[in-house]
Design a protein around this ligand. Structure first.
Ligand code: COA
Length: 155
């Protein structure tokens, strides 16, 4: 384990982390969620897992359970902390937490190769497509969403 990895702390997130989540979410995504929407999502029962280096949030995953499916709503890692296995660790925490669910699902931009490869490395498979789902943003074109799913329980 290198010094950066040693300095990272993973834990379940809560309402006190929302200001940091809002900032990182604005940094990473063109279409960020507002602070209110993030707050409401936690009050509504979404789950948050976070990774901090000292007082700085470097990554988080926000998910929602609907019946026996967990939907990953947002997963992001600060640009300076990518390819260190941080998203992998957060996903392992989430999978551990959701082992009683039947499936995990998500939507991802068709052009988001990093995320698609990341999910593929956890054996998520493409199960559908939503044409033109994502609006055009300052830096990205109007684009299809790829639906990915991972079966969690052996029947
Ligand atoms: C996708 C994202 C969350 C990955 O986070 P990360 O911490 O860098 O990923 P990890 O280091 O845990 O990678 C685990 C594995 O995923 C795959 N992977 C991750 N990023 C990759 C990339 N840029 N290119 C190819 N494979 C990649 C690899 O298999 C990697 O294993 P390896 O490093 O041993 O080869 C990160 O790039 C990110 O925040 N992107 C912007 C936000 C986003 O797109 N979120 C997902 C929207 S649904």
């Amino acid at each position: 384990m290198n010094d950066t990895e040693k300095s990272l702390q993973y834990r379940v997130g809560n309402i006190d982390d929302i200001e940091d989540v809002f900032r990182l979410n604005r940094l990473v995504f063109d279409e960020a969620w507002s602070k209110d929407v993030l707050l409401q999502s936690l009050r509504f029962g979404y789950d948050l897992q976070v990774c901090y280096q000292q007082n700085t949030l470097v990554a988080y995953v926000l998910s929602q359970d609907i019946l026996l499916e967990t939907e990953i709503m947002q997963l992001c890692v600060h640009q300076d902390f990518r390819r260190l296995g941080i998203a992998k660790k957060l996903m392992l925490m989430l999978l551990q937490d959701k082992q009683d669910m039947e499936a995990m699902i998500l939507e991802v931009r068709a052009s988001n190769t990093a995320a698609r490869l990341f999910y593929a490395s956890f054996e998520f498979i493409q199960v559908g497509m939503r044409p033109h789902y994502y609006r055009q943003t300052a830096s990205q074109p109007r684009e299809d969403a790829v639906l990915m799913s991972k079966h969690l329980q052996v029947a």
